[in-house]
Write a protein that binds this ligand. Structure first.
Ligand SMILES: CC(C)(COP(=O)(O)OP(=O)(O)OC[C@H]1O[C@@H](n2cnc3c(N)ncnc32)[C@H](O)[C@@H]1OP(=O)(O)O)[C@@H](O)C(=O)NCCC(=O)NCCS
Length: 405
């Protein structure tokens, strides 16, 4: 039977797609009761697609229009891909493949340079040219042992916001203080609405602390208590910091001091930190902070290789010529000479050969050419080229987005 892919526009289809996604994911909460018209406020018009078999909606995929920061600071057009799901009774028939290809063609037509997603499993997306471009770590801090070194700065003022008020203030803080770190993404309006809805639907208290003077805030932390059943008598009271937006040194220090200084709290779990976060260095006893997990974050698909390579900045050093192979978006298959002053298409003989997924992994500097070569994901014609490429693609800050979508 043929699969028909089309853009979903009417409310019933959008709700049906949300249900398909939840059935596919098995373990996430069901679609909440939505007010008439509400679903359309949670999705970007024209970007939710459905796969129909015999008239039945059996698969879906969705995206949000965003920007992504490349090394050097350029922000390129970015599709934040999400909600990919196929009904369990229709899997392994090529439906996700049709959806993803359709979505990539659409992103290319929109002039987008990269697409990124968060993967539920690590074995799905490489075949479509996605590679792991950034990671995050979870860090738990035992507050009783977490004394900051005497040389650590004070940071600025931090205050709690009423949660209702917070949802108006947070988007302004993010928009006005965009981090320069590669991998940073914009948080579109639909993302804020969805995040707010999920936060309000989840039971239990949650808090928002903001850093900076009223009207000129520069960071925030959203946090909630964990395991509150025996809260009153517990000796292991913990909070999870779900969103730690601290792009400046002052905001980082102010918010850190605030969270570690909360009365009652024995353990602060920073859910998502960049892998080069300096937290342990700030502590007299660095073992008060423990990394409890490192996870792949950004799966990046280069949609326009020429634009992506031209827009990022490179370290100093010799030039290297790289042949890129893209079996899906065929225009991307070409060779590029990359040097300290930029990258451009070339007909020079390549020294390195890489699939578009491997290029996605190194684009933000979160993976190395050496690692790709060891894994068989890059082919090396000239062994000296590996070190040259790694110097060119090296970054100062580990790439990180810090958000799920
Ligand atoms: C992941 C999912 C969308 C794949 O849908 P699908 O329609 O079965 O995928 P396809 O039939 O197009 O499969 C394409 C290829 O991917 C492979 N594949 C698909 N899902 C896979 C999985 N979960 N693990 C490993 N391989 C997978 C297929 O075996 C097939 O391989 P092939 O090209 O070598 O033949 C579907 O399994 C699903 O909805 N899973 C649960 C929801 C989910 O995890 N969504 C992703 C959220 S980020």
């Amino acid at each position: 039977m043929t699969t028909d892919i089309r853009v979903l526009e009417d409310e019933d289809d959008l709700i049906a797609a949300a249900k398909v996604f939840r059935s596919a994911m098995v373990g996430i909460p069901p679609v909440p009761n939505l007010a008439p018209g509400q679903i359309a406020t949670l999705l970007e018009p024209g970007r939710t697609i459905g796969a129909f078999v015999g008239g039945q909606l059996v698969g879906t995929a969705d995206a949000q229009t965003s920007g992504l920061t490349l090394p050097g600071g350029a922000i390129v057009a970015h599709a934040a891909v999400t909600h990919i799901g196929v009904l369990p009774s229709f899997t392994r028939q090529g439906i996700a493949t049709d959806l993803v290809r359709h979505q990539l063609d659409d992103a290319a037509q929109r002039g987008e340079v990269v697409a990124t997603l968060r993967a539920s499993e690590a074995t799905i997306y490489e075949r479509y040219g996605y590679g792991v471009a950034s990671s995050w770590q979870t860090v738990e801090v035992l507050t009783a042992r977490a004394v900051l070194r005497p040389g650590v700065g004070a940071g600025g003022p931090v205050r709690l916001l009423d949660t209702d008020e917070a949802w108006d203030v947070l988007p302004r803080i993010v928009a006005g203080n965009r981090p320069s770190r590669p991998g940073t993404i914009d948080r579109p309006e639909v993302w804020w609405r969805g995040t707010r809805m999920r936060a309000e639907l989840s039971p239990g208290p949650s808090y928002v602390a903001v850093h900076g003077e009223p009207g000129a805030e520069t960071g925030f932390a959203r946090y909630r208590p964990l395991n509150t059943e025996a809260w009153f008598i517990s000796d292991r009271r913990s909070i999870a910091v779900e969103d730690f937006f601290a792009p400046t040194l002052e905001a980082y220090l102010g918010l850190l001091r605030f969270l570690l200084g909360l009365d009652l709290i024995d353990r602060v779990v920073f859910w998502m930190l960049p892998i080069d976060d300096p937290l342990p260095w700030l502590l007299v006893d660095r073992r008060a902070a423990r990394v409890t997990g490192v996870h792949d974050e950004t799966w990046l698909r280069v949609v326009d290789v020429r634009k992506a390579l031209a827009a990022r900045r490179y370290g100093a050093g010799d030039a290297v010529t790289i042949a890129v192979n893209d079996p899906i978006l065929l225009d991307n298959s070409a060779s590029f000479t990359v040097a300290g002053d930029g990258a451009e298409p070339t007909d020079r003989r390549p020294e390195l050969h890489v699939g578009v997924g491997g290029l996605g992994a190194v684009l933000l500097g979160g993976a190395t050419w050496r690692g790709l070569a060891l894994a068989g994901l890059a082919r090396v014609d000239d062994p000296a080229a590996l070190a040259v490429a790694d110097r060119l693609f090296a970054v100062r800050d580990a790439p990180f987005a810090g958000v799920f979508f």
